[in-house]
Ligand binder design. Sequence first.
Ligand SMILES: Cc1cc2nc3c(=O)[nH]c(=O)nc-3n(C[C@H](O)[C@H](O)[C@H](O)COP(=O)(O)OP(=O)(O)OC[C@H]3O[C@@H](n4cnc5c(N)ncnc54)[C@H](O)[C@@H]3O)c2cc1C
Length: 401
Amino acid sequence: MSSLNPDYLIIGAGIVGLTIAYELKRHFPDASITVIEKETQPGLHGSGRNSGVLHAGFYYTADSLKAKLCRDGNIAWRQYCIENNLTLNQCGKLVVARSDEEVKGLEELYRRGQVNGVQLEMISADAAVEIEPNVFTHQKALWSPNTATVNPVEVVSSIQNKIIEQGVEIKNASAYLSRSGDTVITSNGEYTPGYVINAAGLYADKIAKDYGFSADYKILPFKGLYLYANESGIKLKTNVYPVPNLRNPFLGVHFTVTAENKTKIGPTAIPAFWRENYIGLDKFNFKELIGIIGIDAGLFFTNSFGFRALAFEEIQKYSRKKLIDLAGSLLKEIRYEDFTQWGKPGIRAQLINTKSKSLEMDFKFEGDGKSFHVLNAVSPAFTCALPFSQLLVSEINRHIS
Ligand SMILES: Cc1cc2nc3c(=O)[nH]c(=O)nc-3n(C[C@H](O)[C@H](O)[C@H](O)COP(=O)(O)OP(=O)(O)OC[C@H]3O[C@@H](n4cnc5c(N)ncnc54)[C@H](O)[C@@H]3O)c2cc1C
């Protein structure tokens, strides 16, 4: 088969598209697989712009896909990084409380972790200080020894090299534009594949609609900003997180210790105005702006999932001082002058159900015998990617057979 008629055509070379190719090759070594990517290289969006945290799997309820896939993905990536000599910082995570109410939140997270079989310890404030001397917590803290950090760009590049070695073709600078029957029209030629897999991140809903899917969904972008500690500034020993608001899928402003041992604050979850609204007017898209303002205005009016408070709170985080103040409540001491460098922002492709006006909290995918669409690969989809792709490939096989 020529590369213009591959057995599988995957749209999007983020971690989800690449690991689907990896998993397909494991099942079908002889299958021809092409991945088309609109950018000049893989991983330039969410997969290369995230916190790099391998979450352990205690935030999510046991009935969710996220819970099990996160637990298994954490183990799988740690093993992968060790086997492939990739940077891995097994520095763990403390979740801290700031009030009696938040201690109840810690207990709920502990309970969820127990149900999901995740290794966790509820520890005293003194024991938390032994792990990270600068941490401040009210009465108790949750210690997750298996939370770790990786360099996401390095991981993407490793998987990319592996699948290329296995014969997968990655066509960069090839944007999906439209379809005509079974033919996929791209900015760099036409394909008539046996099966289409859409893993296009921020644009997955639009492509899915071309195939008759994603009828009730739209992607709403949320911007994640990061503030880095200066070289001579604070260096935490572990990741430090607050108790999150479990009504929305974001984890609250926290401290991450990167794979390279740098300390950073973030990410925010600020409503963005177009899908790739990273900095200033870069990649400005008027049509997207109008559509997104319409959805945001509707959510603001109905105040679904506390959107009004979320939007007000998040917008303030454009202020460096505000962001440092918020993160500072997790520590005994923080100095503004330690945090002056903004990092590379990322944008979350969060799916919203346009009928129920609610955020989809779990992974979502739809498909049939011709095409398959990954619609809500939200955090922690990076952590989950290896077992998530196993699940997706078995779903795809189910549709085909
Ligand atoms: C700020 C932030 C922090 C996060 N932190 C974490 C974390 O610590 N741990 C964790 O597990 N997860 C985290 N996540 C989530 C994680 O990064 C994402 O869930 C994951 O990267 C999604 O991968 P993806 O492959 O679906 O999407 P993407 O990485 O966005 O890949 C989609 C690809 O499709 C391409 N594409 C789009 N449209 C087209 C088209 N028309 N034609 C061809 N190609 C197209 C894009 O260019 C892109 O390369 C975070 C996300 C963000 C934004």
